[in-house]
Design a protein. Structure first.
Length: 201
């Protein structure tokens, strides 16, 4: 379950606990009131914590010893400007990581993935000149329907696998990008200071 899905569940749980608290107050059931208030307080604290976590997906499509990459060169104020990246983006409210990657690949390349695998995740601290935590779920894609179209965020290119690490990438990409391409499961933590990696585990 992703954090976005947890947020939805917790939000409804808060509604329920608030309702039960009012009911117990109305009927003066003080023990239940106290328990409800305690649980509600803890739930709010947890919700506030996970609400700060940004979740994204990344998909690298591999075909004929090449990888579909995007040179991010079209959007203004793009933190990825002039760097190569795969396809993907931010999870929407209540969305699963699989739903997100399918949607993002379709939106950015006009194709529908029909064979793909979840490989692993990268947890970033302070990625892209921003403060906070980002969890990126990584996929490798193989087969798809429709023709690759144009993207308004960058230029889509097929790159030879052996040239991937020579592209202008984020510094931390070298620690996981080949795992995605080779479908090797991983779980990585990267701490950034602006565009430099200062911690890995």
């Amino acid at each position: 379950m992703t954090y976005e899905q947890k947020k939805v569940i917790i939000r409804y749980l808060l509604y329920l606990l608030t309702f039960l608290t009012f009911i117990s107050l109305f009927f003066k059931i003080w023990f239940i009131t106290g328990v409800n208030i305690l649980i509600t307080t803890l739930t709010i604290y947890y919700y506030i914590h996970i609400d700060k976590i940004k979740e994204t997906t990344l998909c690298l499509i591999v075909k004929n010893e090449k990888v579909l990459m995007m040179l991010r060169n079209k959007k203004k104020n793009d933190v990825h400007k002039n760097k190569y990246n795969g396809l993907g983006g931010k999870l929407e409210k209540g969305e699963s990581k699989a739903e997100c990657v399918l949607r993002e690949v379709y939106e950015e390349a006009g194709i529908k993935l029909i064979k793909y695998n979840y490989v692993g995740k990268v947890t970033f601290k302070n990625f892209g000149y921003q403060k906070g935590t980002e969890v990126m779920y990584c996929f490798v894609g193989y087969n798809y329907e429709f023709e690759i179209g144009h993207c308004n965020e960058g230029e889509l290119q097929w790159i030879d696998i052996d040239k991937i690490l020579g592209l202008p990438l984020w510094e931390g990409d070298q620690y996981f990008i080949m795992n995605i391409i080779e479908n090797k499961p991983f779980n990585l933590y990267l701490h950034y200071d602006e565009d430099k990696v200062i911690g890995i585990k």
